[in-house]
Design a protein around this ligand. Structure first.
Ligand code: ATP
Length: 234
């Protein structure tokens, strides 16, 4: 469903992605793992239209998207979830959610909000609260909920576990798993926390210095001691 073929990208003389080829299948969680500087952020920015690749192609549902602007991505079914600090603190929880639905033509159906409150009960309980009063975990749920308001077919997540307690990470990852199982959503999960990501993912792609060094089912990567020690830090 999302296919990168020989993608290279960089900044001036720096090569951040070097001949990257992999696919993220429909209805699965694909984890992209790697240490600091491996190229994970550049990869997400390149997929979501914020950074132009130097070479290669990116296809989503059979359509070339490597020349599509970031604003048009949600309309194609691709929604990026920024990390939790991406909530708008001056707005309420519900106002933040409504913003996520605007890209689809300006109207937000009540059923869209109900769906998010069913998924994340705490957001329903706190719908009128200012987003500034939410905890880190609740903010992460809010940015995921806001992205879901656009009714994407694929979510791109940027380090959702960053700065969160292990218990909250488990809760958020199991919610992603439920969404994939119940709604056929596809997820590209970019994470430095490889252990947690592999416990929820179907497949993992490991980046090192901008190159793909492994691409395999998540359970195989988690069982590969050499790979874990060399690239995954656990
Ligand atoms: P992190 O987890 O630290 O964000 P990452 O895996 O996301 O790391 P990138 O941020 O994509 O990696 O960085 C890949 C390479 O590109 C690194 O060598 C980094 O120094 C370089 N880089 C990233 N952004 C820029 C920039 N704006 N200008 C120059 N070099 C950059």
């Amino acid at each position: 469903m999302l296919a990168l073929t020989h993608v290279s990208a960089g900044y001036g003389p720096i090569t951040a992605l070097d001949d990257v080829t992999f696919t993220a299948a429909q209805g699965q969680i694909t984890a992209v793992l790697g240490a600091n500087g491996a190229g994970k952020t550049t990869l997400l920015r390149t997929i979501s239209g914020l950074h132009r690749p130097r070479a290669g192609t990116i296809e989503f549902d059979g359509t070339r998207i490597d020349r599509v602007s970031a604003e048009r991505m949600p309309g194609l079914g691709l929604s990026q979830v920024p990390e939790g600090r991406g909530v708008i603190t001056e707005l309420t929880v519900e106002e933040n959610l409504r913003l996520g639905g605007l890209g689809r033509g300006g109207r937000v159906a009540p059923s869209d909000l109900t769906r998010i409150y069913d998924l994340f009960g705490v957001l329903g309980d706190r719908s009128a609260a200012m987003a500034s009063t939410l905890s880190g975990g609740e903010r992460q749920m809010l940015v995921i909920g806001r992205a879901l308001m656009a009714r994407p077919t694929m979510l791109l997540l940027d380090e959702p576990s960053l700065g969160l307690a292990p218990r909250i990470v488990t809760q958020i990852f199991s919610l992603l798993r439920d969404l994939v199982r119940d709604e056929g959503l596809s997820v590209l999960l970019v994470e430095q926390n490889a252990r947690s990501a592999l416990s929820v993912a179907d497949r993992g792609v490991v980046l090192n210095l901008g190159r793909v060094v492994a691409d395999a089912p998540a359970n195989e990567l988690a069982a590969d001691d050499q790979l874990r020690h060399a690239y995954l830090g656990f």
